[in-house]
Write a protein that binds this ligand. Structure first.
Ligand SMILES: [Fe+2]
Ligand SMILES: [Fe+2]
Length: 236
């Protein structure tokens, strides 16, 4: 796990020992490696925002808690996970040692509002940073491959690639996709990562190219034995 930006005495130990272990059984899309990448994005955004940003104790805690409510690697396990994450934060008495009631409420709210499919308006900057940092990790090819491979284990590569294509079209398409960034700073940071994918999704013959690129990536990942550190069940 990367270096946490925390000032409050005892909070880092609490998060590392009491909260992060809860991710041990999570699927590859919502496990520790994901939390680490989202933290990195959140800190990058925090650096760009500078003094306009939020307290990093709060930001670190919110990112670490945002996917706690994922119960399994299935549609049902993910449905409502934002609501469960928020409830878990509210019920966590340990966090009250470090935060005021208002602060804890803001962390729970950031968890509640973090999903790309959330249709309400995010008011707090904390919520916006967490949601945008999470969205930035949704363009990650390796994460998607690991996630879909695990979720559709036993299906052919073509079938897995088709599921990924449908997912990307729904989420990342530049006009029709539901993934949006609240912060202009996040959109700028994410632009180069999205550009390649966006081209494929809107160009004629894009589906074919997407298939070729994904297939190459899948083979490369198998050959190098490259798996995320929280990838369970890979190859077994
Ligand atoms: Fe999530
Ligand atoms: Fe997430």
């Amino acid at each position: 796990m990367i270096k946490l930006r925390i000032k409050k005495p005892g909070l880092e130990t609490y998060l590392r020992e009491e909260i992060l272990p809860k991710y041990a059984d999570h699927d590859v899309g919502h496990g520790l490696a994901h939390i680490e990448r989202v933290l990195n994005f959140a800190y990058q955004l925090s650096d760009v925002l500078g003094k306009k940003g939020v307290d990093e104790d709060l930001l670190t805690t919110a990112v670490i808690c945002h996917d706690l409510g994922v119960t399994s690697n299935s549609r049902a396990g993910r449905a409502g996970h934002n609501v469960r994450s928020a409830a878990m934060v509210r019920a966590d008495k340990g966090l009250s040692r470090f935060f005021t009631r208002e602060e804890k409420r803001a962390v729970a709210m950031a968890c509640y509002e973090h999903r790309a499919s959330y249709r309400g308006e995010r008011k707090d900057l904390l919520s916006k940073i967490v949601a945008d940092a999470d969205t930035m990790d949704s363009v990650n090819f390796e994460r998607i491959i690991l996630y879909f491979e695990e979720r559709f284990a036993g299906e052919s590569d073509e079938s897995v690639i088709e599921q990924m294509w449908q997912h990307y079209m729904r989420k990342q398409h530049p006009e029709k996709g539901y993934a949006r960034y609240d912060l202009p700073e996040a959109a700028v940071m994410a632009a180069p990562r999205r550009e390649f994918l966006w081209k494929m999704l809107v160009e004629e013959g894009g589906r074919e190219r997407f298939g070729v690129v994904m297939k190459e990536k899948m083979v490369e990942m198998r050959e190098s034995g490259k798996v995320a550190d929280d990838a369970k069940g890979w190859g077994s």
